[in-house]
Ligand binder design. Structure first.
Ligand code: UD1
Length: 418
């Protein structure tokens, strides 16, 4: 097990380039099995979820090569429609390989991915979407058998705008004759990026970013060379690091528009935030102020993936902040460790009431999920004394060498073997 040893109290300041978005790259890698030619993904983030996804693509018969941030995928050898059990469990995002495997091979088998650290995470909407495209699905003993021999374009309505289910349908429909319509689609920027990627391969998808997406199936897709969008969550995490340590930061490779909900809250907390064309600069006040209320919601609401980091920031702000987690049912597991570091947080169901304290103290804490782990790293940077954050393999799922980024910004953080 690896951990981060953090000596708190250093201001995070300087300039950093933000990695590409994990949540854009994962569906893009899944969609890379759709075309007939080779795919090149530039600026592919060096994170564990990408290794896992590339591993699955390899098992399915695709050739993946990764060199200096450039991932090449040749899907010509795709022949397996059965996703191996252990791989489906390794990464939840394997669920959205169902759509593209069905699109290419007209059949797919996957083990039920089950719950994960942040909630039960059912896949009913994914299956509803695929059924609307004529896929017949049998669930037996935790295995999902999908027969897509009668697949056709269709009309899909989602009761909830699930990101993964929207993306799954977009990929399943890209090669189906006719026009598929997704109603109440997820509007996240990463859904737009998937649309742009499919279209870069010669697909015809429009409407992503709105509640209505139309996918006009094409006969074949071709290879493409693509760079995914910057990671708004990695960017938000670094902004919080500077905000919580009284620092000053300038981020490059960002899309300020995607960061509006996060920057709005940071301004409410007293930070000076200046947007450029592809930059965001933040200067922290001497002490942060509490925000009145933060509710996570589907885009363009406040992103659930930034909830833990903002909660950590609220811990050291002056006053009381209220956070309501509406998207996942079990996404406040970082609270217990933050309290052990001296934070004052009361949780009632999905609501956390955070009364800011003048300072946190160093402690050995343990990441329980990706973003909660990042929140503990932020708290450790702001705390007095030394902390160890254990189980940072969870943090490595989504952040590219976070300790190197933070060290370059003046943080004292070291990767250690535990
Ligand atoms: C994606 C992101 C994740 C982010 C989440 C919400 C990726 C790889 N991951 O996850 O980082 O936190 O969006 O922005 O892009 N749900 C159902 N039935 C379903 C599917 C989802 O009930 O079939 C529920 C989930 O349990 C959850 C909510 O819908 O409570 C949102 O999930 P969803 O939007 O699907 O998130 P993911 O695509 O899994």
């Amino acid at each position: 097990m690896e951990g981060f040893r953090v000596i708190g109290g250093e201001k995070i300041r300087g300039k950093a380039r933000v990695q590409s978005a994990k949540n854009a790259v994962l569906p893009i890698l899944a969609a890379a099995i759709l075309p007939e030619g080779e795919i090149v993904i530039r600026d592919c983030p060096d994170i564990r979820d990408v290794y896992a996804m590339a591993g699955i693509l390899g098992k399915l018969g695709c050739a993946c090569q990764w060199n200096a941030g450039k991932m090449r995928i040749d899907p010509a050898g795709l022949h397996h429609w059965e996703m191996p059990d252990e791989l489906s469990k390794q990464i939840r995002s394997s669920i959205f390989l169902l759509g593209p495997i069905l699109g290419r091979l007209r059949r797919a088998t996957v083990t039920y991915p089950g719950g994960c650290e942040i909630g039960i995470r059912p896949i009913d909407l994914h299956l509803k979407g695929l059924r609307a495209l004529g896929v017949s699905i049998v669930e037996d003993g935790g295995v999902i058998y999908c027969d897509g021999m009668s697949m056709r374009a269709g009309d899909v309505y989602f009761d909830y705008p699930s990101v993964g289910a929207t993306e799954n349908v977009m990929m399943a429909a890209a090669l189906l004759p006719g026009v598929t319509t997704v109603h109440n689609a997820a509007r996240e920027p990463e859904v737009i990026d998937l649309q742009d990627f499919i279209n870069a391969m010669g697909g015809r998808v429009r409407g992503a970013g709105t509640q209505l997406i139309e996918i006009e199936g094409v006969k074949a897709l071709h290879g493409a060379d693509y760079t995914p969008i910057p990671d708004r969550i990695a960017a938000g995490t670094l902004l919080c690091a500077a905000a919580m340590t009284g620092g000053e930061i300038e981020l490059t490779n960002v899309r300020p528009w995607d960061l509006v909900p996060v920057c709005d809250k940071l301004r409410e907390m007293g930070c000076r935030v200046i947007d450029g064309r592809s930059t965001v600069a933040l200067a922290a006040p001497e002490r942060l102020r509490a925000f009145s209320q933060l509710q996570t919601n589907p885009h363009p609401g406040f992103p659930t993936d930034m909830q833990a980091q903002m909660l950590a920031a609220a811990c050291v702000a002056e006053g009381t902040s209220v956070i309501v987690e509406n998207v996942f049912e079990n996404r406040l597991t970082h609270v217990a460790d933050l309290c052990r570091m001296g934070a004052d947080i009361r949780v009632n169901g999905r609501t956390a009431v955070v009364t800011g304290v003048p300072g946190l103290h160093g402690m050995t804490v343990s990441a329980r999920d990706l973003r909660g782990g990042a929140a503990l790293v932020l708290a450790a940077l702001a705390a007095k004394g030394e902390s160890t954050v254990e189980h940072i393999e969870l943090v490595d799922r989504g952040y590219e060498r976070l300790e190197e980024t933070l060290t370059a910004l003046g943080g004292k953080i070291f990767r250690v073997q535990r």
